[in-house]
Write a new protein. Structure first.
Length: 157
């Protein structure tokens, strides 16, 4: 059983964190095959495509985090705030990522990341080393608020 990440215990609010883990397939293509979801079906069913894309990105983040001696967590407060992936190194450094299939959802993802960063007490665990919205396509750039927009093809160790 994984322990609670350090940043989650140092929130300014008394938010109730959900303890139920989010499950992802080791390889999201297995889920697509099991559902009989080829490219045509995925392009017609954006909800399923979004779920497969999110699982694929979380899988990639876990691989890169493991190579850096870090872990990936999902952050969810009851009804208030959810962030798709928080990567925490053993020394306490952390970064948070939202995963959005389309560029129209970047603003929503950035808003969630900034809300999370405000809830964590930087005096206890330090500020985030990075905040980023991972998208399926497009160019990578840094927004004026400091949140990065990262195309999935740019991920790597």
């Amino acid at each position: 059983m994984r322990t609670r990440p350090a940043w989650a215990t140092h929130l300014r609010s008394r938010a109730i964190l959900r303890k139920r883990p989010v499950r992802h397939f080791v390889d999201p293509s297995l889920a697509a095959v099991a559902l009989g979801a080829g490219p045509g079906r995925l392009l017609r069913d954006f909800r399923l495509l979004r779920l497969v894309f999110e699982s694929m990105v979380v899988r990639d983040l876990r691989v890169y985090a493991q190579a850096a001696d870090a872990e990936v967590f999902h952050y969810r407060e009851d009804g208030r705030l959810e962030v798709d992936a928080v990567v925490q190194a053993r020394d306490g450094r952390w970064a948070a990522f939202e995963i959005k299939l389309g560029p129209r959802r970047v603003e929503e993802g950035a808003r969630n990341l900034l809300r999370l960063a405000k809830r964590v007490d930087p005096n206890l665990v330090g500020p985030p080393k990075a905040l980023g919205v991972i998208v399926a396509r497009g160019y990578g750039y840094e927004r004026p608020d400091g949140v990065g927009v990262i195309p999935v093809g740019a991920l790597g160790p």
